[in-house]
Design a protein around this ligand. Structure first.
Ligand code: SF4
Ligand code: SF4
Ligand code: SF4
Length: 587
């Protein structure tokens, strides 16, 4: 292949460009490429390709792609681009040097390419983003998606908007953020399957799609919202600083595509950065760098960013409910509570309640089964046990698996009248309580501020206590005299709910107050319904001896807890970088 040829297709940038080709020459047609990528994204949402030679013309941008074997049919196809291109055996003609000359004439010369030495001991690579240069064109976003073959709704690099001031002294700036390749990556420490690794030489935080089981825990743990779940593939993905391109001596796609030279890669001394990161890694419109020690250096405007705030501050939307997790958490808590209360009753000499053990076991198994539906790749669910030494998700899975196993032995022991039943009951109950604690702990995620509080422990244990007592009372034919205990549990539940609401209502942090705004507006009916279920269930228990009414009371309390857990998931406002105003409008 002649070295003065420049390829225009995605595939060609990935693999066909000669490794000894000077990046600067490739960059000569940088705006051409950006425009091409933009055009492709738009064109391919309306173009179907079949086998015949033709041209795809975008008159709006004056860009023509010569395609050897394609014919344009104006209908709809889906992204991602690369897979689509490969499936349809599409190959683009390389653009010639003369097209480069035309592109340079049209767009101007590319930014200079910097030499990037390998990191020395105690150093790593990082992004530098210069806010004073960024014009918000999103070429970096398009180039990133093109490079990584992502569909249009998955963005490993995003451009947010921040603004401030009073007319006529107003300011608007843009914030382009990929992964920050943090020094203490919270995405990595939480992952139950060790799918993340920090490269020993470059410091790049890499993700293995092969290992990932699609639990999405890392999307909660990264306060920048960097890992993005791809439902089509059942795994998350994220920016790896174009590791493959770096190893070939090329700049990351976003760096190459930026027409303003606003993104660069540079070296950072890790020890120095740990002590001096604060003024350089933080910016308006971004979460605090404290959470994971972001390494991205941000050059702020001369005002230092004072008075600037994110433009999406008023755009709120509810999060996904994660139904398998709602079912899993409420049922495991019910099961653990049931075991704990029945064991306590046994030691209070009120007799062994055999149905409690069997019911608790059945519920625990159903809960574990339900949890697998949350995974993008449920077939690999067993891998979640791997990182029990580090990940709270692994610990939760391990503890509840042991709980289910122990509950099975305990139920069998009870069935055969074994004398060890009491000890087994205590052991099983402790495992259940430990499982609930691990469950609550894993929701203390930096990327979900409304959960990241001890009140989450209160909420989870309140459900355990309430449903444990209610199931025991409501499903037993005998009067077990547990009304006082049930009343205490209901108070505990109401207290945890109230504390959470007060915390959110009076919070100064945007994400916390935004959760309150959701709960007090679009979710207010559900919140009231949750309280009504709690009141109704407690009142019915206090005023009925009849098994049918007691079962109804239990159903009301269980419905209230399911509703509470639904609100827990949908009302959380994730910490994230600011989004664009129009993107927020669309949301
Ligand atoms: S920005 Fe998020 S995904 Fe990237 S290394 Fe830091 S914690 Fe992990
Ligand atoms: S989705 Fe789960 S398994 Fe995959 S990388 Fe994130 S935390 Fe790890
Ligand atoms: S960083 Fe560069 S490419 Fe990205 S939006 Fe800003 S100017 Fe455009």
């Amino acid at each position: 292949m002649s070295r003065n040829l420049r390829l225009c297709s995605t595939q060609s940038h990935r693999s066909e460009r000669p490794s000894n080709d000077a990046p600067s020459s490739w960059l000569c047609c940088w705006r051409f490429h950006a425009a091409t990528a933009l055009t492709l994204l738009e064109e391919l949402s309306t173009v179907k390709i079949s086998h015949a030679r033709t041209d795809i013309l975008s008159p709006a941008r004056g860009v023509t792609l010569r395609n050897r074997r394609t014919r344009v049919i104006w209908s709809t196809v889906d992204l991602p681009l690369i897979e689509r291109m490969q499936q349809s055996a599409t190959a683009f003609f390389p653009a010639t040097a003369s097209s480069n000359v035309e592109a340079v004439a049209m767009c101007g010369a590319a930014p200079p390419v910097r030499e990037l030495p390998l990191p020395g001991p105690g150093e790593q690579y990082r992004f530098h983003f210069d806010m004073t240069k960024c014009i918000g064109c999103k070429c970096c976003v398009v180039a990133c998606n093109e490079q990584n073959g992502n569909p249009a709704d998955i963005l490993w690099r995003r451009v947010g908007e921040i603004e401030g001031g009073i007319y006529p002294s107003t300011q608007r700036h843009y914030l382009s953020v990929g992964c920050n390749h943090c020094l203490e990556p919270t995405c990595m420490t939480g992952c139950p399957v060790d799918a993340y690794s920090k490269d020993g030489i470059t410091g790049i935080v890499r993700h293995s799609a092969d290992l990932c089981i699609g639990c999405q825990y890392c999307t909660w743990n990264c306060s920048y919202g960097v890992p993005q779940y791809n439902a089509e593939r059942g795994v998350v993905g994220k920016c790896d600083m174009c590791y493959g391109r770096l190893t070939r001596g090329q700049s990351p796609a976003c760096v190459s595509a930026c027409p303003e030279d606003a993104i660069q890669i540079e070296l950072v001394n890790i020890a120095e950065w740990r002590t001096h990161y604060e003024p350089l890694a933080n910016s308006p419109g971004m979460p605090s760098a404290d959470d994971s020690l972001s390494t991205t250096r941000i050059t702020l405007p001369s005002s230092g960013g004072s008075g600037l705030r994110r433009v999406d501050i008023t755009h709120l939307q509810t999060e996904q409910p994660h139904w398998p997790l709602i079912i899993m958490t409420v049922l495991t808590q019910l099961s653990a509570g049931l075991f704990a209360v029945s064991t306590w009753m046994q030691f209070e000499h009120r007799g062994a309640i055999s149905f409690a053990a069997e019911l608790g076991l059945a519920i625990a198994i159903a809960a574990l089964f339900a949890s697998t539906f949350h995974l993008g790749r449920p077939i690999h669910a067993a891998r979640a046990l791997k990182m029990w030494r580090r990940s709270w998700l692994s610990r939760e899975v391990l503890l509840f698996s042991l709980f289910a196993a122990s509950a099975t032995i305990c139920s069998a022991s009870m069935l055969f009248g074994n004398s060890a039943t009491g000890v087994l009951g205590i052991f099983t109950s402790l495992l259940g309580i430990a499982g609930v604690a691990a469950s609550a702990r894993l929701y203390l995620a930096p990327g979900r501020p409304a959960w990241d509080t001890r009140i989450t422990f209160m909420e989870f244990f309140a459900t355990t206590f309430l449903l444990g007592v209610a199931a025991m009372t409501g499903l037993s034919k005998e009067d077990l005299h547990l009304h006082a205990l049930l009343f205490c549990a209901a108070i505990f539940c109401a207290l945890s709910m109230s504390l959470k609401i007060v915390r959110l209502r009076f919070a100064s942090r945007h994400e916390l107050f935004a959760s309150w705004q959701l709960l007090s507006t679009v979710l207010v009916n559900k919140l009231l319904l949750r309280g009504a279920f709690l009141l109704l269930g407690t009142w019915l228990f206090a005023n009925s001896q009849d098994i049918a009414l007691k079962s109804l009371a239990f159903a009301a309390l269980a419905a209230g807890e399911f509703m509470g857990r639904y609100l827990f998931f949908v009302s959380v406002v994730p910490s994230n970088i600011a989004s664009g105003y129009l993107a927020a409008e669309a949301a």
